[in-house]
Design a protein around this ligand. Structure first.
Ligand code: SAM
Ligand code: DTB
Ligand code: SF4
Length: 318
């Protein structure tokens, strides 16, 4: 049964464009109603297959079409994935996210992917994968293996999408999200800011996410990390306050979703990160590397948490 959309471009823009103090106050109040404002969920990423991707996403170091120099690796061994997950758990992560530079998984890789999910799950961690587009059979296999979350970002507005990626359509992303949701896997979907999009594109992206049949359980908001040899290598830095506005608007539009302050924290000041947490971000990627790019790492994050009085959410018992 289809439902009336909750948000329109105008109602979302009215929130996004509020005076900043009003926007922050509203977002933080809504955040406190649904979450402990001093707890941050930590996910750890591992690139299980790096580089050589057939897609042409203009922000990505892993696209073969960008002329980026990153060599293509093979799918990593299951044992290495489990060892990484064990370490991530010891460092306070509650979710382990495995990412592959694929347009979509090949059938011959499915058994290995299933073994990875089963092994990580057995450690008591939540499991997440991001593997590109999935078909009906693949979502069922991953669900039956115990996959908790699937990450598949819409990245930007439908209007701006063709300027960022040409090898697939925005609608392809929405289709995969529907398959994942219908199989009962939790949806993780968000986007990237700072790719030259207008504020209206950032607002439209949030409208699309909030109006999905169910809002995503997890909404990663990435700040573009410009990558050498990609079309966006020289993209100008987005004003951090514009970034904070999107975090706050996401919190207001999707009150019960985890909003993740994702890529780009290594270029952000403590003050901007603190503002993002106040605005309703309650999840981060932990560790020194994301998939290929740098991240602040455990000691910097623990120092930041200590300064702000934040605590990681506790890990589910094994
Ligand atoms: N290949 C899969 C896919 O594209 O769905 C999974 C991996 S892909 C790297 C996951 C997400 O990381 C992208 O959708 C994008 O939002 C984000 N991302 C990739 N490169 C980035 C960059 N340079 N800066 C910020 N976010 C980035
Ligand atoms: C997401 O939204 N951000 C993560 C995760 N989902 C897979 C990836 C960020 C990648 C940053 C660039 C890199 O490490 O290559
Ligand atoms: Fe491939 Fe994903 Fe990078 Fe796009 S974002 S080039 S699909 S790895």
């Amino acid at each position: 049964m289809s439902k009336a959309p909750n948000w329109t471009r105008d109602t979302a823009a009215a929130v996004h464009d509020l005076p900043l103090m009003d926007l922050l106050y509203k977002a933080h109040s809504i955040h406190r109603d649904a979450f402990d404002p001093n707890r941050i969920q930590m996910s750890k990423l591992l690139s299980i297959k790096t580089g050589g991707c057939a897609e042409d996403c203009s922000y990505c170091s892993q696209s073969a079409r960008n002329g980026a120099k990153l060599p293509a690796s093979k799918l990593v061994e299951v044992e290495r994935v489990i060892a990484g997950a064990r370490k991530a758990r010891a460092e306070g992560a509650t979710r382990y996210c495995m990412g592959a530079a694929w347009r979509e998984p090949k059938e011959r890789d499915m058994d290995t992917l299933v073994a990875m999910v089963e092994g990580v799950k057995a450690l008591g961690l939540e499991t997440c994968m991001t593997l590109g587009m999935l078909d009906d059979g693949q979502v069922v296999k991953l669900r039956d293996a115990g996959l908790d979350y699937y990450n598949h970002n819409i990245d930007t507005s439908e209007r701006f999408y063709p300027q960022v990626v040409t090898t697939r359509r925005f609608a392809d992303r929405i289709d995969t999200l529907a398959r994942v949701r219908d199989a009962g896997i939790k949806v993780c979907s968000g986007g990237i800011l700072g790719m030259g999009e207008a504020a209206a594109d950032r607002i439209d992206m949030l409208v699309t996410l909030a109006n999905l049949p169910e809002p995503p359980d997890s909404v990663p908001i990435n700040m573009l990390m410009p990558q050498a040899d990609t079309p966006l290598a020289d993209a100008p830095l987005l004003d951090p306050i514009a970034f904070v506005r999107v975090i706050a608007t996401a919190r207001i539009m999707m009150p019960r979703s985890y909003v993740r302050l994702s890529a780009g924290r290594s270029a952000m000041s403590d003050e901007i990160q603190a503002l993002c947490f106040f605005a309703g971000a309650n999840s981060i990627f932990a560790g020194e590397t994301l998939l290929t790019a740098e991240n602040p790492g455990e000691s910097a994050d623990m120092a930041l948490f200590a300064k702000l009085g934040l605590k990681p959410t506790e890990c589910a018992p094994a």
